[in-house]
Design a protein around this ligand. Sequence first.
Ligand SMILES: [Zn+2]
Length: 114
Amino acid sequence: MHEASIALSVLEIAVDNCRKAGYNRIESIRLKIGRASGIMLDALLFAFNAVKADTIAAEASVIIDEIPVSGLCSSCGKDFVTEEKYILCCPECSSASFNIKTGRELEIIDMEVF
Ligand SMILES: [Zn+2]
């Protein structure tokens, strides 16, 4: 399961950062996840709750900031943002030539540690 391996990586990174900073308990982890990342948030949260048991993140809550898909059209030059998960063409001019700017993120933004 895709989300399970992501949850595990997030946990490992968080635990590692927490220990390096000299703390031993993680209170919360804030993630930035793009809508076009293909990650199912429910599945990710479920997987995270399973892997965090018996770690220093056992009590940690996960806060997710969803990032909408946005891009820049190479044909009409307009920036666009969409509520859709995927975008096939520019909403302004229907050109298929565009660059995705946001929406594929998967990052730990910050975490609270004690
Ligand atoms: Zn366009």
